[in-house]
Design a binder for this molecule. Structure first.
Ligand SMILES: Cc1cc2nc3c(=O)[nH]c(=O)nc-3n(C[C@H](O)[C@H](O)[C@H](O)COP(=O)(O)O)c2cc1C
Length: 490
């Protein structure tokens, strides 16, 4: 098994996977896909996506490919969890077979710190996406098996593993991001964008001018594009170019018919239309990523869909936010950890040895940074930076800084460090009124700012070298024991 991924990772970027279909084939060959026949879009898909992740934690759950979905033609499939294991994510990013998730964090951070560059997309005239085009009166969103994910959701969510693309009216910047999209009926949708998100800032500019905001919505695509869309990429950066940088070659895009927005040429399904600031409709509630229905249904701009582009036998990508772990949290833990690590270092903080954004905090609320302490105040500086850099700021709650003898991925070790190296009244600081979201269950109203804790669980600087020694058998003696008593250790 390990050879498969090694060989694939050795391929030249031009030979690597194209879109999601190709990737499914490759990760299926690694034994990482479970096939499900005959499930119902109504609650069954959502329950199964959630259950495999809850019952097989820490990125051990397979990706799921649903076919023969109840009421839909064979071939109209759903796929979930494309990069939610170390191996699948490493393959998609073109890294070698990892021994563990921290290898992927390191590889990503090394790439960002090395010769990573943005590779802008290349416009082409056609692509598999254009096999079917439904225009105006022919648009019918119910032709796709949009799932009703959780019992208390407000509707069928056609867009969860989704790329919502808009163009800044003041520049050429094209932003792509993941925002949930609910199907109202055959031709209209609702969308929910948290305050401060780039797509929302762009949309507000159109609305301020009294204009609708043009939009395309991709519903099935290369997971690297999805990765770029749902992480905090810098304001003004094109996510197609960011994902292209990771893929090592440009994405081929087709310009949409109505608004000339870029669509991945090998995407499975793309919707095109406009968001209207003066036409609102109830959107939600929706089971969200912190694990709660924290905000109720609200009136949100309607999207009128006027074009549907799709491949034959299209694959709808689905991500189901819920109480973690979910089908995206493990992959996000890795990428977010690497991005925070990179941003902290680029801000000038040395000595970082690892960052881990635990799934229990939905890969945002419980972030651990491990450092080799080099000077007084170093630990606090690293933790403050991890809490405030762009990748780590939105919706955070806890940042814990530990010494480099602590494995940040190991919740037990982190809790041990907090238990034995952190003096609460002296080693916990608070940040007030930070960037959060209506999805935070602790917040009850606007402006949805939250408070967070910076926990210094490092040995106190002044006693770093005189701190009591850890009681643990040395690695050398442990190795000797393993050799001598193999039956005990397997
Ligand atoms: C599965 C999934 C669903 C998401 N849904 C939403 C959403 O409905 N609204 C939102 O504002 N952010 C949502 N996010 C988070 C944003 O995609 C993320 O913050 C991203 O960086 C936003 O891009 P932007 O910075 O270009 O606005 C979601 C993330 C994931 C992984």
């Amino acid at each position: 098994m390990s050879m498969v991924i090694k060989e694939l990772a050795d391929l030249d970027p031009s030979e690597r996977h194209k879109g999601i279909r190709d990737l499914i084939e490759k990760v299926d060959a690694m034994g990482e896909v479970a096939h499900i026949d005959g499930a119902d879009w109504n609650l069954e898909v959502g329950a199964l996506v959630e259950m495999v992740c809850h019952e097989s934690r820490e990125g051990k759950a397979p990706a799921l490919l649903f076919d023969n979905i109840k009421g839909y033609p064979k071939g109209f499939r759903i796929f979930s969890g494309a990069t939610n294991s170390s191996r699948r994510l490493a393959y998609a990013l073109g890294f070698e077979e990892p021994d563990g998730p921290m290898d992927v964090v390191r590889a990503y951070r090394d790439r960002m710190h090395g010769d990573f560059k943005l590779i802008p997309p290349k416009v082409v005239n056609g692509g598999d996406l254009m096999e079917n085009i439904d225009r105006d009166d022919d648009v019918d969103l119910t032709k796709f098996p949009a799932p009703f994910l959780h019992e208390k959701d407000g509707g069928r969510y056609i867009g969860t593993d989704v790329i919502v693309t808009t163009r800044d009216p003041d520049s050429d910047w094209v932003n792509s991001a993941t925002y949930r999209v609910m199907m109202h009926d055959e031709k209209t949708c609702g969308i929910w964008m948290s305050p401060g998100k780039h797509g929302r800032l762009i949309r507000e500019k159109y609305f301020a001018r009294g204009e609708p905001c043009p939009v395309t919505i991709s519903l099935g695509h290369d997971p690297l594009l999805f990765m770029a869309a749902n992480h905090e990429i810098d304001y003004g950066t094109d996510e197609f170019a960011y994902a292209g940088g990771h893929r090592g070659r440009p994405y081929e895009v087709v310009n949409s018919e109505l608004h000339g927005l870029p669509m991945p040429a090998d995407a499975e399904i793309v919707l095109e239309g406009e968001m209207y600031g003066d036409e609102l409709k109830s959107e939600g509630p929706f089971g969200e990523f912190m694990g709660y229905y924290a905000s109720d249904a609200s009136d949100e701009p309607v999207i009128k869909i006027r074009r549907v582009y799709h491949r034959n036998n299209p694959i709808l990508c689905v991500a189901s936010p819920a109480k973690p772990p979910t089908s995206v949290t493990f992959g996000r833990t890795i990428v977010k950890g690497a991005m925070i690590w990179d941003e902290v270092e680029k801000a000038g903080v040395p000595g970082v040895k690892g960052v881990w954004c635990h799934e229990a905090g939905a890969s945002r609320l419980w972030n651990v940074i491990a450092i080799e302490q080099m000077y007084p105040g170093h630990a606090k500086q690293a933790a403050m930076m991890a809490a405030n850099c762009h990748a780590g700021n939105y919706a955070g709650r806890w940042v814990i800084v530990v010494d480099d003898d602590i494995d940040p991925t190991n919740m037990f070790d982190v809790a041990w460090a907090m238990s034995t190296r952190c003096d609460p009244p002296n080693d916990i600081d608070y940040i007030h009124n930070a960037w959060s979201t209506p999805l935070d269950p602790l917040l009850t109203g606007p402006p949805y700012q939250n408070n967070r804790a910076i926990v210094d669980a490092c040995k106190p600087w002044g006693r770093k070298d005189s701190f009591p020694e850890t009681t643990e058998t040395s690695p050398e003696f442990k190795a000797k024991m393993r050799k001598k008593y193999p039956a005990l250790f397997g």
